[in-house]
Design a protein around this ligand. Structure first.
Ligand code: TXA
Ligand code: MG
Length: 314
């Protein structure tokens, strides 16, 4: 495994590795993805194995343009509108999968639908163009753990299992894409993420909450978990804890490790910092990470979602 700078030659090698059914981790604007050739059952099986991901959890297909997405899934009026507004960008749309789509059935976990997105990152787009086919990519972490927003996080946790990690620096958004299920009316919000729910609702109307039978499995209760426990809506921290703040910090004893997601209370900045700060505070002697209250509007909803799952019983 090598962590490599994404230059012409390494991108060419990465694309060749993908076409040979090997795994390549690459940066997107949300988090690092673990990429595999979508149409190859062998590659997709390798991907599930590398992450230790349950096979019932489907993967998102990444493509370089909306035009390519049209070859994988059936768009409706709402999907066209959302694609025009938010692609490239942190929006995944779940749509009916087209027969003959170049995505292995294994990646769809038996569902008649497929999640698709066009990432907004030059390295991701360059890799997709060089590979010339759709790439399925979950977040590049062992299943259930924190999503990686830096190449080093990937190397540390999955290093031995990937052919190459393309290092594009820290991810801009820091949280995964927003997932909207457009196979029903009203559409459903399956996972809050990098695009605010309100921005989507302005275009296509109210979104239903996910629920009922669909388990969009980032919806498994416990997920995104550091090793330490999490204590939410904390106003302070005691011995043995670390503190993850937002806005004004409370007075803390000097031995308490502490970081501030955003001293000015900016949710976009907090999202960008969330996973990497949790990684940093997740040290051996820290039993619990106490996390300050976070507002739940805009991207705050996604932050809250990740924190709640990280805090869920395991
Ligand atoms: O920002 C992102 O979306 C990142 C980057 C790498 O693109 N990818 C990502 O993938 O977060 P992953 O596998 O960690 O999360 C994808 C989520 C899972 O919760 C999965 O269950 C859900 O999307 N999903 C995928 N296909 C689906 C489908 N057809 N129906 C419902 N949920 C689906
Ligand atoms: Mg994930």
């Amino acid at each position: 495994m090598g962590v490599v700078k994404p230059v012409k030659s390494s991108l060419r090698r990465a694309a060749a590795a993908i076409r040979q059914a090997r795994l390549v981790a690459f940066p997107t604007e949300t988090v690092y993805g673990l990429g595999a050739l979508a149409g190859s059952p062998r590659a997709v099986l390798r991907l599930y194995a590398a992450k230790g991901r349950p096979r019932f959890n489907p993967l998102i297909a990444h493509v370089a343009t909306a035009g390519e997405a049209h070859r994988l899934v059936r768009f409706d009026d709402r999907a066209e509108l959302l694609a025009r507004h938010f692609w490239p960008g942190p929006l995944t749309m779940v749509l009916p999968r087209l027969p003959g789509a170049a995505v292995s059935r294994i990646a769809c976990a038996g569902l008649p639908t497929l999640g698709v997105r066009v990432p907004d990152h030059p390295v991701a787009l360059a890799l997709l163009r060089a590979a010339g086919r759709p790439i399925v990519a979950p977040s590049a972490n062992p299943s259930g753990r924190l999503s990686p927003t830096r190449a080093g996080d990937v190397a540390r946790t999955l290093g031995g299992r990937v052919t190459m990690v393309l290092d594009g620096g820290p991810c801009r958004v820091g949280l995964e894409s927003t997932i909207v299920d457009l196979t029903c009316r009203p559409a459903r919000l399956l996972r809050p993420g990098g695009i605010a729910r309100e921005a989507i609702e302005r275009l296509i109307g109210r979104l239903d909450a996910a629920g009922g039978a669909i388990i969009a499995p980032g919806m498994l209760e416990s997920h995104y978990a550091p090793r330490a426990r999490l204590r939410l809506r904390a106003r302070s921290a005691e011995a043995g804890e670390a503190f993850l703040g937002f806005g004004q910090m409370p007075p803390l004893a000097p031995e308490i490790p502490a970081l501030n997601l955003s001293p000015n209370g900016d949710l976009t900045e907090a999202a960008h910092n969330l996973f990497s700060f949790l990684q940093t505070l997740d040290r051996p002697h820290v039993r619990t990470i106490a996390v300050a209250p976070i507002p739940t509007f805009g991207v705050g909803l996604a932050i809250q979602d990740r924190l709640a799952r990280a805090a869920a019983p395991r």
